[in-house]
Each structure stands twice: as C-alpha cells, then as structure tokens.
Write a protein that binds this ligand. Structure first.
Ligand SMILES: [Ca+2]
Ligand SMILES: [Ca+2]
Length: 466
C-alpha cells in the first residue's frame, strides 16, 4: 500500500511540472527542437511554425516539405523563395539547388519563362490532312535576350518524316513559320525556355499547314490531280474541263470562260490544268480566244501566282512562259513534243535534294502505263531542257515513239531515246515570285490504276512547291 501512494505522488508531480514526459506538442520556442521560427506559437505534433504565413504547417517529410511555401526547416529558407535544397514540390522562385526546383541545375524543373539563355524547338510539319511534310522549311524569328534584344532568325529543313529539331534557340516567345517554298505556310508562337526542349511533336496536328490557299482545278481526261489534293486535305474549286472523251461542251465552256476572265482567275493562288484535250479543243473551237487565254495566264503568273500543267496540257505553261521549259523539238509544235513512248518505266534520277529528302532515295521508277485505254499515255509530252534558273527535280532516259500519226494516237513501237529527259520541272520567276510546274507523268484519271507510292509522294511534294 505504501508503495502505491508514492508512485501516485510522483505522477501528480510530473503533470504539474510538465517536465517528466517529452511534450512533442510544445513548440513555444526555446524548446530546442528546431521547429519554431520564433513565433511563440504552439504547433501540433508533425507540424512546424511558419513565420511568414504566421501559422503552423505540416512538416510532412522532415527537411523536405511537400507542401506550403515559406518553409522554415529543411532545405527551404524562406517562403516561396527557397535558395537551396532538393525536392521542393511547391513554391516558386527556387534559385539554386538540386532536383525538382523550379529553376536550377537539377531534373524536372518547371521552366522559368524569364530566364535568359538557350533552349531547343522540336516538332513535325504536316499538310492540312495531317500527312507529314518532308523538306519543309521551319523558321524561328524573334529577339535574342542573350544579345541585348537583337533580332534573330533561325532556319532548318524538316526530314523525310516531317520532323525538325532546332537547337541553340534564344529563350523567349518567338514566331515559328513552317513553309514549303510556295504558297503554303503556317505561323504560330512558341515559347522557348532556357535549358529546355520545347517539343511540339505530340501536338503537331495543331500546327499543320493552313488550308488558306485558293486553288482552281481544270479537269482533264487523263489526269486527276484533284485526287492528290483531296488526300492532302486541300480545298479547291473545279473550273470546268476538257469535257471528257465525248467532248462535252458544258465543262469546256466553263473552263474557257474562266481562263478568259482574269478577274475570276485572280481570286486564286494556284491553277491546276490536268492532262487532257482542252488545248486541242480550244484551238479547234475557239482559236480567237487562244491569245486571251495565254495573256491571262501570263498575267496571273506575273501576279506571283502558280500554274501547274501535266503532259498534254503543257501548252498552257509553254505559251505564257516560253523560256522556262524547253520541250522536245520546236516548242510551238505539239507533234514534236508529244513523242514519249508507252508503256515504259523510266529510272528517274532524283536531282532536287529536297525531293530526295522526301523520297529517301536517289532514283525512282516513273511508270508510263498504257492500259486501260483512258490512260493510253503514248505520245506523252517530252522535255529536252530547262532554263538555267528552273529546277529539274527528276530526269531520266526516255524511249521515244516510232513514227506514227499523232492525230490517230499511233505510237506503235520504240524508235530512239531522249537521254536525261526532265520529267518534273518547276520554274519560279525571281522578280514576281510567280511559278510554273510541269510533269510528263501524272496521277491517273482512272482510279483503278493507282500510281505508285513514290509518284504519289512526288506529286504531293510538287503541289507544295507551288
Ligand atoms: Ca519553251
Ligand atoms: Ca525545244
């Protein structure tokens, strides 16, 4: 019994003095536990006093707090402005230290847009359809914080898969333009952070080439360039055509009405004229309008715009721009130029480096099939040279027709060849920016005979040069 009374007395004494047991909730200062910044406030167990916030906050992980700015213990020295230490998960303006700070040398730092230095920009160029665009030009323009705000321009060409990677880009908010050398482009802002990659690849679809180029297409019996435009997601207006093999006059009249109306033409940036019978029909039905059509096409090009014609439509670019492309023989003679034999497959040498980037090969098979009848292809229009300032994208040794009657479409066999014949030529006037482009080969009007994957890529590339 005596023993029991003594132990009870000791316990009562301890409660009164608050000194016998460790008191983890006592944080009123002077207790030596380091969890008091001087506020004189009692904090609960597992908390520390924050002098800036003026209240207790969780001390969740010892010296590395996971929440709350203005930590007084651990590696954080002041609120929101930690000057050292690792693994601060919130609070801005950490100025140095280890990982996960908002700036500084570690990993996973949230970039500071105001930090001046250099970063990189990655992405992928694409057509409006989302198809990748190889050999496109990516230009970044802005002011260089490292050079006192001096203007800068950086340029890179996309690879065959449309990707680009620009390094050593000054940090800051800049303007990025993706262009393809012709009418097509897209401009958007991009923020570059010091020491960081700005990688737009996963959201490339937001930055595809804009569908704001106005395109007119004139149909032709043997070509279907609009099928390629469809695949690229490009919009266009049909402006008549050659009326097909039955020589329908309604589309013919619509086409010639358009080509004799410069103001109507001027609503467009590019006119595509498909391989077909339109030139022959114009000369036989409306010889008096030939001069007006040629003059309008020339003025259209002089406005800085572009005309693409394939194969039997070649006079629509030869006549307004006679110096750009040297067609076989006398350039005013249809019979001279229409001498290509079909069927044949030409091993074309890819001469334009940009097109090589797109194709990933140096030579490409250019197929001139002969079947079915709608793509006969014999008597295809041959090129023997081009202006020194023109671009010959592809050339190859081409078999010519044995003497036959052009009017009857006869091309019974091979006789001779035209070595190194340009098969795809484009020309851009350095003064006006206007351009013409010509291909001997083309998409097929008959969809049951699709062109090869390479030819499709070539035609898509060509469209974006216009
Ligand atoms: Ca010529
Ligand atoms: Ca010639």
């Amino acid at each position: 019994m005596k023993h029991t009374i003594l132990r009870l007395a000791t316990l009562l004494t301890c409660v009164a003095l608050s000194a016998c047991l460790p008191d983890r909730s006592s944080d009123g200062g002077g207790d030596g536990d380091g969890n008091n910044g001087g506020g004189g406030v009692e904090c609960d167990a597992g908390q520390i006093f924050n002098p800036v916030l003026g209240r207790c906050i969780d001390d969740a992980s010892g010296g590395n707090n996971t929440s709350g700015a203005n930590n007084t213990a651990g590696n954080n020295t002041t609120g929101g402005n930690n000057t050292s230490g690792e693994n601060n998960t919130s609070g801005g303006n950490n100025t140095s230290g280890g990982d996960n700070n908002t700036t500084g040398p570690g990993e996973n730092n949230i970039p500071d847009p105001n930090a001046c230095g250099y970063g990189s920009l990655k992405g992928r160029a694409c057509a409006p359809s989302g198809e990748v665009l190889g050999a496109a030009t990516v230009t970044v323009t802005g002011v260089d914080c490292n050079e006192g705000g001096a203007p800068f321009t950086l340029t890179v060409q996309t690879l065959g898969d449309g990707s680009y990677d620009l390094t050593d880009v000054p940090s800051g908010l800049h303007e990025v333009t993706v262009s393809t050398g012709g009418s097509f482009s897209r401009t958007f802002p991009a923020q570059i952070f010091d020491g960081q990659d700005t990688d737009l690849t996963s959201q490339a679809a937001k930055f595809c080439i804009e569908n704001d180029v106005d395109i007119a297409v004139i149909a032709g019996s043997y070509d279907d360039v609009e099928g390629v435009l469809d695949e690229l997601g490009l919009e266009y207006d049909m402006k008549g055509g050659d009326g097909g093999l039955n020589q329908d006059t309604r589309p013919y009249n619509e086409a010639i009405d358009f080509l004799t109306d410069l103001s109507a033409m001027s609503n467009y940036d590019i006119i595509f004229i498909n391989c077909g019978e339109l030139w022959g029909q114009l000369n036989s039905r409306d010889a008096g309008k030939v001069t007006a059509v040629i003059g309008n096409l020339r003025q259209f090009i002089d406005q800085g715009k572009s005309v693409y014609a394939s194969d039997w439509a070649h006079m629509f670019i030869e006549r307004p721009m006679p110096d750009a492309i040297d067609f076989l023989g006398n350039d005013l003679s249809l019979a001279d130029a229409r001498d290509g034999f079909a069927p044949q497959v030409i091993q074309g040498s890819v001469e334009n480096p940009a097109l090589r980037t797109v194709l990933g090969v140096d030579t490409v098979a250019i197929d001139f099939p002969h079947d079915p009848p709608v793509i006969y292809n014999n008597n295809w229009t041959m090129v023997e040279g081009a202006s020194a300032s023109a671009t010959v994208h592809i050339r190859g040794d081409a078999d010519r027709c044995a003497q036959g009657s052009l009017l009857s479409g006869a091309c019974p066999s091979v006789e001779g060849s035209l070595p190194g014949s340009p098969l795809l030529v484009s020309f851009r006037d350095p003064n006006t920016g206007g351009a013409v482009a010509y291909t001997s080969f083309h998409n097929h009007a008959d969809e049951s005979v699709p062109v090869s994957e390479e030819i499709e890529k070539i035609l898509k590339f060509l469209i974006f040069q216009l």
